[in-house]
Design a protein around this ligand. Sequence first.
Ligand code: NAD
Length: 370
Amino acid sequence: MSNKKILVLPGDGIGNEVMAEVLKIIDWLSKTRSMSFEISERLVGGTAYDKEGDSISDETMQEALDADAVLFGAVGGPQWDNVEREKRPEAALLRLRKELDLFANLRPAVVFDALAEASPLKLNLVKGLDILILRELTSGVYFGQPRGVSKINDDEEKAIDTQSYTTSEITRITRVAFDLAKLRDNKVTSVEKSNVMETGMFWKNTVSNIHQKEFQDVELFHMLADNCAMQLVRNPKQFDVILTDNLFGDLLSDIAAMLTGSLGMLPSASLGPIAENGSRAAMYEPVHGSAPDIAGQGKANPLAMIMSFAMMLKYSFNMQEDSVLVENAVQAVLSKGLRTADISDGADKIVSTQDMGKAVIEELNNLSGS
Ligand code: NAD
């Protein structure tokens, strides 16, 4: 019997609706498998701003630091558009990433057989697709100094962003990439612009050094970022793990996301460094936002949130079997033709958020024989 501390942060809009379905799955796992979870739930985002005066309170931040893992819904909405920048809903997300030092962002792009037709790409290109984009999340051009806008003369101004990476920043994300590849198809493609950028060449050399010294048993390929963007739509199944920096990861993960056809199906994980006691800060969240246009209507697809939880089981708690069980339950529900509106092609039976959650639990019962 293990006791895992999870901080649950549903957030705003559909964040609450999709999180409610995951909580039922956590409850199911606690009752039917030999594990227990210590769940603590707090406000975050606009809801927290309204009730607590900030998008994430110091107490909530402390709980996040103390938890084994954070499960995050989504934040934001038009009613908070005019809130001051440091208290806006999205500021909570940035604070969590920064204070938990979540440098490794994992975005799987998996095409379920039952949904392959929903991809904008041809069926033969995406059927069976299972790739993982690993994006460096806490450095690079979004954080590099100097940055800002300065005046050159009365008619001219200049804006600067700085792309910067240190050896240790690249080394730690590279190790994560190789470790993840070992659990998958053992192949890493490192992506940069070594043909035109100093940081690109530095990135490539640093990745090669780590590969040479520590991971010769994993296949390593290098690819230029513009070529990678093209290859992702030309032949995405050539990839296993794509390792890249913050800026290119931002763009390439959105391209990979679209291969799967729907935002409501995309989970993500963000991992921090491994501490001396072996623990690692981690946050799991769907890629989608708070979807104010459908919030409160029972239309949200809870599967991205549910699969984010499956990633938590895999990466934070080493519960591979249970993680696969949840993924298989999702797959089974889709195979039976159940669809929320976002993944429906019009012909399927459209179900509500709650019915989709219920169907996943039914499949968990079927698959586990309970
Ligand atoms: P969004 O992801 O919330 O929605 C984009 C579109 O996809 C909408 O039409 C929405 O209805 C649909 N959609 C998203 N998730 C869905 C789901 N699970 N099921 C069915 N349909 C789904 O992006 P947006 O509209 O650009 O942003 C809305 C708010 O969310 C903004 O305030 C934005 O800042 C915020 N946001 C938050 C996060 C986050 O919390 N991580 C991420 C992105 C956007």
